[in-house]
Each structure stands twice: as C-alpha cells, then as structure tokens.
Design a protein around this ligand. Sequence first.
Ligand code: ZN
Length: 256
Amino acid sequence: MPIMIDTHAHIYLPEFEADLEAIMHRALQEGVQKIYLPNIDTASIPSMLALTQQYPEICKPMMGLHPCSVQDDWSTVLDDMEALIEKNRPLYSGIGECGLDYYWDKSHIAEQKAAFERQILLAKKYQLPLIIHSRDAMDDCLALVEKHRGDDLRGIFHCFSGTREQLDKVISLHFKAGIGGVVTFKNGGLDKVLQYTDLPHLVLETDAPYLAPVPFRGKRNEPAYLRYVVDKLSELLQCGSAEVMQVTTDNARQVF
Ligand SMILES: [Zn+2]
C-alpha cells in the first residue's frame, strides 16, 4: 500500500486529547506514516513535545513562532526557541510555522516581518526546512524568502492559496506548495491554479484540526482525511491516487 506524509498537523492541541489513540490508528490504517507538527508559540511546546515522545516514529516536531502569535516580545521568544533547538538539534524537523498573516491582525506587521526574517535565518543556520504560513500576505512572504534565497534554503508554503504566478515563484525559490482540504472546497479556486502545475511541486497536509476536506468540511480535521485530498488531486491532475501518494511522499522526504 502506498504511504502518505502529513506535512502539517496540530494534533497536539486539546481538540485531540480525548481520542488520540483512535486518531493515530485511523491515520496508520489509511497509510499516513509520518506526521510533521508545526509549533505555534511558547504555550504549545510542552504538548507538542509530549506527543512526540508518545509516537516518536510517527510524529516529528518543528520549532517556530506563528505570525498570529507575534507580540512585542517576539525577539526573546525566538531566543528561547533557538536555545531549545541548540540543546537538541536532531529532535527538530523544521522551522515553523512562521510567516505573515495580515488577515487576523494588522497591528504587528513590522514585528511579524522581523520575526519571519529571523526564522528564515534560523532555517539556514540549522539547515532545516522553513514552514511558511501566509494569509493575505503572499507577495511580502515571497519577497522575504527571495531576499534570502539560496541552496541553503528550502521548505513549504503551507496551505498554498495563491495565484498561478505566485505558485511559479514558490517553485522557482525551490519551495513546495502544501495542499490540504481547501482543494476539495467548491469555489476554493485552487483547482484552476493547480491545473498548471505538476506533482513534483506539491506535498500533502491537513492543518488538523482546521480545514477538513469535503465531506467533513467545518468539522475537526485529522491526518486520516488526507485520503480525500489525494483523491481530489488525482482527479485534477489526471493521474492515479497511488501516483499522487508516491510522488508527494518523495517530495516530503526531500524537504525534510
Ligand atoms: Zn498550521
């Protein structure tokens, strides 16, 4: 059976506490063999690391500060996060999630940019992939990545939702586009953009508990639902589900 990699899931959040074992069981049954955990802020670190200890073969933690959690103290928060990486570099699989979000909060845009840039530098310094969150801020995100582009910088534009031109830019920067439940949404618009791309540029993600694919839209998302993303991608790109799984899994392995 082909395997899948969920490159982005917050299954360490309280939403999953009650039935975590069942969730992990369903994920493995569907063929999801690795789940990468993006961090959010200081408060989310203990539960993320606890989950990693519980399922060390499957769950891989990342370290970073989400743009919606960037406050005036971002610099010391990132100092502390870097100290954690320094203490146990092999534990972490990536830097993130980080980036820019102008949708929820426009009051800290300068700080968001500074925190993002610092995390780009961390990705380069520790040779880790960068996991980027961008909402209403794609061009600014691309500009900052472009500024630091190089052989030592790679990663994923998580929950990609940009234009065809922006997708071309993502690819030219040697990044992948993370594709999740949004691809199954009616009027999501992603289908039109993805027509012009190819599997080698895509990785799978759920962003659980958010953005569950149809037919679970609006409900809690979980890694086992990657199957619905695969089916939609195979329809859009006119290839078999097994091929979608195989290539996106290879892509994820390249990134991580
Ligand atoms: Zn996320």
